[in-house]
Design a protein around this ligand. Structure first.
Ligand code: THU
Length: 158
């Protein structure tokens, strides 16, 4: 038996003024995407914006459904939307944020495991790591390079 320790590395910024301009811009796009969330059940409105390596920006927002499991997270809406029209895309970065009527989200919103797995597959397919930028409505911003820093034990099927 042995104990294995995996480290996750991410940067924590106090506010968006500290971000690199390209990341601050992408976060603003994710904030805009929140307005298109359809979340009448959870009241948790999530926005995502991804930027391809050629600069194109693609938005996503969570889309809920009266048959609950049929809904989809904002991240996967953006990723599948991008993949549906370009199966060889390279993603530079993905920003995610959220808003709810219940409280002020003053901590980053972390993507769920299913979305992280989809992000990891996009990385593997393109051969390049993705930067992820996470923020709540306000407060600190987490930035990491590579999904392995958010989910160290990614499922891989080769
Ligand atoms: N949600 C996302 O959009 N992204 C995540 O990574 C986790 C959760 C959505 C799904 C659902 O519409 C709402 O947030 C509450 O779970």
């Amino acid at each position: 038996m042995k104990t294995v320790t995996r480290e996750c590395h991410f940067k924590v910024y106090d506010n968006e003024n500290e971000l690199e301009p390209a990341d601050a811009m992408l976060l603003q796009e994710a904030i805009k995407a929140v307005d298109n969330a359809y979340a009448p059940y959870s009241h948790f409105h999530v926005g995502a914006a991804l930027q391809l390596s050629d600069g194109e920006i693609i938005h996503g927002s969570n889309q809920e459904n009266s048959a609950y499991p049929s809904g989809l997270c904002a991240e996967r809406v953006a990723l599948f939307r991008a993949g549906a029209v370009n199966n060889s895309l390279r993603i530079r970065a993905l920003a995610v944020t959220a808003r709810t009527t219940e409280m002020v989200l003053n901590q980053p919103v972390n993507s769920c495991g299913a979305c992280l797995q989809v992000m990891a597959d996009f990385e593997r397919r393109s051969g390049n790591q993705m930067r992820v930028i996470l923020r709540g409505e306000t407060g600190e911003i987490y930035v990491c390079d590579g999904i392995v820093n958010l989910m160290p034990l990614i499922f891989e099927f080769k």
